[in-house]
Ligand binder design. Structure first.
Ligand code: MTE
Ligand code: MO
Length: 417
């Protein structure tokens, strides 16, 4: 259980958030925000709203919320995740380094090697597309740090609210088919990826990120090497022209601008595999506690979660009208079993209509119509339960030093008048 913050803590936290928002605006524009201390809490700076800040989001909607420009990180507002599949221009962007420039698809290659590979082999994109059977799956990608902004004490890192998630239709070849074509030694336990992005320092010897997955995960049907997203090229910022798409695990394992895969005889030890990156305490800890590196475990399966995509928080509803509510739910288990809504802060729950899963790791849209007993302020809470019987918690789940895996119920505010 996480204890409720007191008023002073809430105020400190608000001040902290305001300061960090104002600091990022100052970074974007490269000059101080003169009256920063007066900027009203909860207001989004106009320069961000009108999309005039900052450059680097080419091919993306100006409705994305920019968290950071070096590296560029942007999330999707909840109400823009209402479509069955997330359109390419609305799909969130999480970069650890600088995307490659001047990508030439015709000369792009993918090399497989490593101490547990039977040989080193290089494929052109054309070879990948013609040599192996192509597969298309709807796969949800969610950053391990999605929801981090709600943790208290605050966790450093991108302050994602709810929008570091999206589900697209990905086309490519199975990672398993390519690994089998190369041949794996019997001691293979892990794979690691390398992409063509460069380190923020500009040092060509440094790697921004090189994560990986256990072999069993790599061999799953839904683990893809993909070149197409929603029937068209993957956007530059999402890994054009080739990326891994691994559903169910944190999206950090879905390497973008994919150029090399290593087959390892040990847990991959690339950049951001070591503690505390993408790890949580192996055993729960009290909020704010320091955790030793050796007590941090790699995040694998992502928890059950859901999000309300309609209406938008803050909506005004006419009293007497039935309100359609819609959203998305996802899990690393086989499928979502049930999504419920509450308008009385969790006292009673209303069952939603739930769409069937198209395949494992696809998100499942849900919907319901709700009525309000009288005029006033309401919150709509959504709670998903998956095939393993796991339910989302109503309050913040296990605090952890890096602020990962917040799958608390999403809630929106409404006024009925
Ligand atoms: N090469 C490379 N791959 C990467 C990253 C990166 O910075 N470089 N970021 C990872 C992280 S932390 C996440 S959450 C996802 C984000 O994918 P997206 O930007 O397509 O939404 O990509 C992953 N793959
Ligand atoms: Mo991430």
């Amino acid at each position: 259980m996480v204890s409720k913050p007191n008023n002073k803590q809430i105020k400190n936290r608000r001040d902290f958030m305001k300061k960090s928002i104002m600091a990022s605006v100052a970074t974007f524009v490269g000059m101080p925000v003169v009256f920063a201390k007066n900027f009203p809490e909860g207001l989004v700076p106009a320069g961000i709203l009108d999309g005039s800040l900052p450059p680097g989001l080419e091919g993306k909607s100006d409705q994305l919320i920019i968290l950071n420009d070096k590296p560029i990180n942007a999330e999707t507002p909840a109400h823009l995740l209402d479509e069955a599949l997330t359109p390419n221009d609305l799909f969130f962007v999480r970069n650890n380094g600088i995307p490659p420039v001047d990508v030439d698809v015709n000369s792009w290659t993918l090399t497989i090697e490593g101490e547990s590979a039977k040989q080193k082999k290089t494929y052109t994109l054309k070879e990948l597309k013609t040599k192996f059977k192509q597969h298309t799956y709807n796969l949800t990608l969610e950053c391990g740090g999605n929801g981090r902004s709600e943790f208290y004490p605050p966790a450093k890192g991108n302050q994602w609210s709810t929008g570091a998630v999206g589900c697209a239709s990905w086309t490519g070849v199975r990672l398993a088919d390519v690994l089998k074509d190369v041949g794996m030694k019997s001691n293979a336990v892990y794979i690691g990826y390398y992409g063509k992005d460069t380190h923020l320092t500009g040092d060509p010897k440094k790697v921004p990120i090189s994560r990986g997955i256990p072999i069993e995960k790599a061999l799953e049907d839904e683990s893809l090497i993909a070149w197409s997203m929603n029937g068209t090229d993957i956007p530059m910022l999402n890994g054009y022209p080739l990326r891994l798409v691994v559903g169910g695990f944190p999206a950090s394992v879905s390497g973008k601008w994919l150029s090399k895969i290593v087959i390892r005889d040990r847990v991959h030890d690339g950049q951001k595999m070591k503690a505390p990156a993408y790890r949580v305490p192996c055993k729960p800890v009290a909020p704010g506690m320091k955790v030793k590196d050796e007590d941090m475990c790699i995040i694998e399966n992502m928890p059950v979660k859901s999000l309300i995509s309609y209406p938008k928080t803050g909506a005004m509803i006419k009293y007497g009208d039935k309100l359609p509510v819609r959203g998305k739910s996802w899990t690393s288990a086989d499928r979502i079993e049930k999504v419920e809504l509450s308008i009385d802060f969790g006292e009673t729950w209303i069952d939603c209509d739930l769409e069937e899963s198209t395949n494992k790791f696809a998100w499942q849209p849900f919907s319901a119509e709700i009525e309000f007993p009288q005029q006033g302020y309401y919150e709509v809470w959504a709670r998903a339960t998956d095939a393993d019987g796991k339910k989302q918690p109503m309050i913040l789940p296990g605090w952890n030093p890096k602020g990962y895996l917040n799958n608390a119920c999403h809630r929106i505010a409404l006024k009925v008048q």
